[in-house]
Design a protein around this ligand. Sequence first.
Ligand code: MRU
Length: 363
Amino acid sequence: MKINGIPTRTIRAIDNGAAVEIIDQTLLPYRFEKRVLSDWRDCVEAISVMRVRGAPLIGVTGAWAVALAVRENPENEPLLKAAETIQNVRPTAVNLQWAVQKMLATLLPREPSLRLEAALKCAAEITQADVETCRAIGEAGAGLISELYSKLRRPVNVLTHCNAGWLATVDYGTALAPIYAAFERGTPLHVWVGETRPRNQGLLTAWELEQQGVPHTIIVDNAGGQLMQHGDVDVVIVGADRITRRGDVANKIGTYLKALAAADNDVPFYVAAPFSTIDWNLNDGKREIPIENRSSDEVLSIRGVDRSGADITVQLASAREAAANPAFDVTHNRFIKGIITERGVFAPTELCLAYQDVIESMQ
Ligand code: MRU
């Protein structure tokens, strides 16, 4: 996407792959700053504290982390140790494991002396594939918004949650890709953006939409249901961090409540995600998807800037309070009308049937 008219991606290799440059998302939407990661441990730190975040982007960062680990030492033992650490930095988004395993499958059959070249090539391919995948998700989903416009003949109100946009991927996004594609085609639309406490990724979504000139309104997380009851939401589109083979979806905490409200108000609820987010090993999302629990500090305090633009942290409640912070929840497939992927839009159960061969080969 373009930032101030300049095409910008969330991650790119620099110095012939000796480092990667990322956008430090912990500073957004207040400051746009890039940061260089030149050691695989820097990538681990960046994923852990969420300088990079969003399932597809942490997968791509994981791939580059493996490439940096190979540069440090391409022998099996140190490489496998680093890969183990990298793929476990955050547990819910399966894209991280997927990317690390894809790198290892390419690297391990090769002689250590040949691994660096192969690692750089594979990480670059994973990065580029993410761009193309997200573009295809946008194309697959834009039609849904245009169809609603043909029926309603007024701007289509889309509700989204968290940030499944350009910042969560290498480019375009997942849930926001259909919105960008429909907007580019000239479909009148407006986006309701849930702020997404406690990390406020919705503010990243608002920042992105602002950059691209897409009409939008920020709402507090609990406003979605009320808007749906009053006919102010025509469709919900969210991203995903892991999808089971029967189409249960783990996404940012609060997604499940949006899905319940959508079901109660006959609002179609879509999930947009690449196939790399599907975990074909899992079936029952609520029981089987590991949910990340993050620090209570994220609930008890909030970071931002004051009116002069200086960084501040506000302590919302005593640091001695107990606070629970599950970062994701799971929405059962029965609440999901369709999963928008790079291969088209599938009902959750169709997803499973269409890729029966993949499932069978894994059993
Ligand atoms: O904790 P985050 O910010 O890494 O959360 C992941 C997400 O960005 C969302 O859950 C998103 O909706 C799916 S990833 C495109």
